[in-house]
Each structure stands twice: as C-alpha cells, then as structure tokens.
Design a protein. Sequence first.
Length: 419
Amino acid sequence: MFSGFYNTGIFVFQQLVRLTAPFNPKARKWVDGRREWADRLAQQLADNKSPIAWFHAASLGEFEQGRPVIEAFRIHYPDHKILLTFFSPSGYEVRKNYDGADFILYLPADTPANARQFVDLVKPDIAFFIKYEFWYNYLRELKQAKVPIISFSAIFRPSQLFFKSYGTFYRNLLRYFDHILVQNQESVELLRNIGITQVTLAGDTRFDRVAEVAAARKEIPIVHAFKASKPLLVVGSAWPEDMNVLIPFLNTFDKPLKAIIAPHEIHDDEIERWRSQLTQPSVRYSQLTASQALDHSSAQSLFIDNVGMLSSLYQYGEFAYIGGAFKQGLHNSLEAATFGVPLFWGPEYDKYQEAVDLVNEGAAFPVSTTTELSTAFEKQYADPSKAAQVSRNYVLRNIGATAKVMDVVNTLKSERVKE
C-alpha cells in the first residue's frame, strides 16, 4: 500500500517540476536533462564490455563527499567503468565533465518503469548511494538483480521517518542495503535499535576530500598580493543574512584586518550593493591582476566574483566565516578547518555533525548578531592559536573513512565471487 503512495508522490513531483520548468531555470534543467534518457544511456553503453560501478549523489555537496571513494575505487578496480548520476542540476551541471567517471547523467525519476529499465541497461556490478539517497524502486530493482548496495557517509537522527512508529515503509528501505557506513555512533545505535545491523562506524569521507584538496591547493597570486601580510578573514559562501552581520562588523573593527568575501551566488548588483555599504575601499577579483592588487593595497575587502576557488582561498586566512547558517544551510566548514583557523558562522548549525563537534571543541563560534561576532572575533584575534590547532587536529584525526568504505567493498566483492 505504501509503495503505491510513494509512486504517486513521485508522479506528482514530476508533474509539478514540469509545470514550473518554463519559469524556473533549475526545474527546466531537471526536466531537459532527463529527456530520452534511456536512448542516450543505451548509446553510451553500447560498446561497453566492462563491469560498471554505479555511484549516485543528490547534488554537488554529496558528490564531493563521495569523490574520495570514487577515486579510490578507480585505483583498486581499474577494470571497472564508473557511472555517476545526480538528482539535482546543481551537481550535474558543475560536474558533468568530471574525468573520474566514464558515464555521467541525471538519475531518472524513481518510477518502477524507470528503475527497471535503468538497472537492466546498466547491469551494475555494485551500487553506491552517498549520504541521504533512499530511492525505493531503484533499491528494489538492485536487490532483485542481486547487486551489492552500499550507503556511505550516512547520518541518521531520531526525528527521521525511519524511527517513527509509522515509518515501517522507510525502515524497510534500509534493509535493501548490504552495508551502511555511518558518520557517528548515534547513527549506529539508531539503526541497531530498529534491527539494522549491517552497519559500520566509518566517519565522513569529506575529511579525506578536504585533506586532498588542501594538499593540492592552488596558489593565487592576486590574493597573496591583496593580503599584503595583514591578518585575513576569509568569508566563504556568504548569503545576504551573513552580510547583514558581517558588514557592520567590518565597518567598526578597528584593528588591522583584511577580508575576502566569496558570495554563495554571484550577482553583480548584490556585490555592488555590499560594496557600497562598506565604509572602507573594496575591490572585485575580476578587476585585478597580481600587480594591480598591490596597487589596491588600501582596499580592505576583496570580493570573489567567480566560482571554483573557495577551497584554495582558505590557505591565506587567519580566520574564516562560513555562510549559510542563518537559514539556507551551513556551507562546507571542513574546507576551512583543514587549514587550521578559528571558525565563525550563524546560529543554525546543529544538523551538521562536524559543526557541532568544532563548536564543542572550541574551534568554532556561532553568532547571531554583529555584537556577538565582534565579541567572539576580538577574543580570537588576540590569540587564535588554540582554536586554530583544535580546528586542524579535528580534521587530521577524522581522516580515514574512505579506507573503511573500501574494506567493505572488498569484502562484498569477495563474497560475490565465492557465490
């Protein structure tokens, strides 16, 4: 009965997206990206003779979380081809040319017919779902085809439907997985309490990813010149609510400090409005060369008006403010933490295990107002060393989740060979 409600819900969702597509660019990409998906997939796979490992990510954040496992799998199983699917345009459009996968496409909507056709075309040798993806029809078809199914970097909370008295249908989804690798001990206990025992506490593969990114960080001469040996606050993924707190702070902070501000979304009018609200000079990244950055040494703030460099910007900072924790969702704080800096963000962070940990350990400081930011920042400005060390050590001691995922992969594949 519940499967009927589920399938009806998927149908209604598709119709709503199609109705909004003419007016919403993201919805339009969602629809257009799935047109004639079966024909395009069949054409891509026509000459393939290799076993396929299927990785599914909801969006860009989950992809970055899964990337260390994708790349480790490629090394350990070079005879396999890798198929990568996305649910959201914000993942697919950014990573559709990712060279770590052989085939990249949108995941067709989770209808019984789509799932059956997809699994029949791909014939995956193994399937991975990253963090929160639980698609009933795909899981059922994979299980019927005896494909090993792994969920990794998963995290569970008591408020989720799996753990409600009326959540039987959702609990049963978890039984399709051959193994679930979770981020924390609470998730282990929650799953075991509902009879899910194929569970491993592995941690979060994002730690492995940010460590890799930090090791491969790019030098940015313009930023080096702009910093000019001054203390630097890097603001990552700023939303208007964050800037409402940050701009008054930057206007009143009376000690040497420069700021690099990377908006969550690049809108010229918004950047110019923020610049006009700052009382000290600012400049946009696109307007500078390295030599010009030296000429703008009086500028206090540098606005980043491109995408793709945020993770490398943090290397220049003594402090980092991470955006999104007023209502949109906290951006990736680990990208900054790996460089060993005190961290600041808004008040809504408790859904992010790493943010909770960093606050509890004294490396991060949630703020709701400019006054709170000023107070917290003044303390860290006077002596940032303790918080910086805690921040860096937190990342270092949590590296290793990818290896645990690969241990499970090796075991499952070995068991399949024995069969």
